[in-house]
Design a protein around this ligand. Structure first.
Ligand SMILES: [Cu+2]
Length: 355
């Protein structure tokens, strides 16, 4: 495992002692919403690829087919980890369960949840969780704030459907989210979602570093760059081109399938213009708002920080679909890219290159 304390201590400019003092007082004064850590009982499941924080985009709880309510006992664990950001480059991430985004939690309207927040003993900072799927003060932030080695729990009932972000919400929440402390909680409507062949889960966020993109070694967090919203890295799942052959591998699908993409934008500051190159969102729910009818054939969908998106794509062609933020400098120069390799036979009747 990585040397967490070094990664975080080197990256941070605030001492642990000072930060802890500021955190407890600040949280009380500001009423900030909570953050989350998590290992979701049977459904936490998520796994990060070795030495990286890249969440497996296929490690998703199964679609809900039951038509009654249940209770869930879910644990999120705050983990500060030093991990690979790019080849030859490392960063001191903050994560839920060691992965970015944190585990996807999946429940149904009417379900109740006990959410346990744990903090690894080796952590340097307090953490908590604000869940946007919840009616409750700060989304649970104050109920779940925990010091290193600590634990706290909250109970809530899910009353409305949609895809919602959860994120850390201590006073330095922008830094903690930038370092990776966000994930998605999906509340399915009572009738569930239509079946599709595959589902994927990815998260976008931006990193503010003192060193430019491409620098080798351990990079350091830059508070001034964050204040001015000028990141050096914009990422899917916490790694430069992480979800491509150059990273931990591309996503895979087959011709004729329909795939559903769950996307959460942690930010903390940049909106995403989420677009599938070579395809289109054949059905999507802006902001993941499942109580509303989907919209059809959308090319590029805004996803604000602190929000989510659910989009479906038909895959009539064998091709590589590139998922991007269409603010394309983030793709060309800041590391943001995911690919879906669609396997199957060519269909010249739909598309072919001409001589
Ligand atoms: Cu935190």
């Amino acid at each position: 495992m990585m040397n967490r304390e070094d990664g975080i201590a080197l990256a941070g400019s605030v001492s642990r002692r000072n930060f802890l003092g500021a955190a407890s007082a600040g949280a009380l004064l500001l009423g900030v919403s909570g953050a989350v850590a998590a290992r979701a009982g049977a459904q936490a499941g998520g796994t990060a690829h070795a030495a990286t924080v890249v969440a497996d985009p296929t490690a998703i709880p199964a679609p809900i087919r039951r038509r009654h309510s249940v209770h869930h006992d879910i644990t999120l664990e705050a983990k500060e980890v030093r991990a690979k950001l790019a080849d030859g480059t490392e960063f001191g991430f903050m994560t839920w369960n060691g992965q970015i985004p944190g585990p996807m939690i999946r429940v149904r309207v009417g379900d109740t949840v006990t959410l346990n927040v744990r903090s690894s003993a080796g952590n340097m900072r307090p953490h908590c969780v604000d869940v946007h799927a919840v009616y409750g003060s700060g989304g649970g932030a104050m109920a779940t704030i925990v010091p290193p080695g600590g634990k706290a729990s909250m109970f809530f009932k899910c009353l409305y459907p949609g895809a919602f972000i959860y994120h850390c919400a201590v006073p330095n929440l922008d830094e903690h989210i930038s370092r990776g402390m966000f994930g998605m909680m999906l509340v399915e409507p009572e009738e569930g979602l239509a079946p599709v062949e595959r589902e994927f889960y990815i998260g976008q966020h931006e990193l503010y570093t003192r060193e430019p993109f491409g620098t080798a070694g351990l990079l350091h967090f830059d508070y001034a760059a964050m204040v001015h919203e000028q990141p050096n890295f914009v990422l899917f799942n916490g790694m430069v081109q992480g979800l491509t052959a150059a990273g931990v591998g591309a996503l895979r699908a087959k011709v004729g399938e329909t795939v559903r993409v769950f996307m959460v934008n942690g930010g903390p500051n940049l909106s995403s213009s989420f677009h599938p190159i070579g395809n289109v969102w054949s059905r999507c729910w802006p902001q993941g708002a499942l109580a509303n009818p989907p919209v059809a054939y959308i090319q590029t969908q805004p996803v604000p920080p602190g929000s989510c998106f659910i989009g479906e794509m038909r895959l009539p062609l064998a091709e590589t679909v590139k998922l991007v933020d269409h603010a394309l400098s983030r793709v060309a120069r800041q590391g943001l890219l995911a690919e879906i390799d669609v396997e199957g036979a060519a269909d010249p009747g739909l598309f072919h290159k001409m001589a």
